[in-house]
Design a protein. Structure first.
Length: 188
């Protein structure tokens, strides 16, 4: 049986669920736990722009219409931002949604969304060197492994190596298909 994975704008109910589910290491998973953080800035931002701004954004991941997590993007640059900007993406799935292809589908959909609605040539993501599940998900979503960033992330009291992945607008799964028949929604 396949599941219908989709993205939609965040709702107030989603924020409540995210605050509850992502408030502990068990909820985020060990590779995404950076300690306790305040939520009032996120709520204020939600009230201002629905978490959809010109330099970053957040969407809710759904599976068969049920909230399964969130995807985020923010502007990055490999040189001067005016000429070398790209998007960096991140994902947080509820524990029950992990290991079922949801991350693969959601990250593919987010990259397609960013290529369709922004001028970005590059979308990138990174994950812990030991997070093999996320590395597989990114590869299945159409991202290419570029290399290891040594001691790039401080978490759990020490520095961790990260693996960098990218997708380019012209890469096979992300090429312009406007002249082709409409594709089916992402199925996991």
């Amino acid at each position: 049986m396949t599941s219908d994975i989709s993205l939609r704008p965040v709702t107030a109910a989603d924020l409540d669920l995210f605050e509850t589910e992502f408030a502990t290491e068990e909820g985020t998973g060990s590779f995404q736990w950076f300690g306790f953080t305040p939520t009032h800035r996120l709520r204020r931002r939600f009230a201002e722009d629905g978490l959809l701004g010109p330099d970053d954004g957040t969407l809710t991941v759904t599976v068969d219409g049920q909230t399964a997590g969130r995807v985020e993007w923010f502007a990055s640059a490999w040189g001067r931002a005016r000429t070398s900007a790209c998007w960096t993406i991140a994902i947080g799935l509820l524990p029950a949604a992990r290991g079922k292809g949801t991350g693969t589908g959601a990250q593919h959909l987010l990259a397609r969304y960013l290529f369709d609605h922004t001028r970005a040539e590059r979308v990138q993501a990174w994950t812990d060197l030991h997070n093999l599940a996320e590395q597989r998900a990114l590869e299945k979503a159409g991202f290419v492994r570029e290399g290891v960033l040594r001691a790039a992330q401080w978490r759990a009291g020490r520095w961790h190596d990260q693996v960098l992945f990218s997708a380019l607008r012209g890469d096979g799964p992300f090429r312009d298909t406007s002249d082709l028949a409409e594709e089916e929604p992402w199925q996991a």
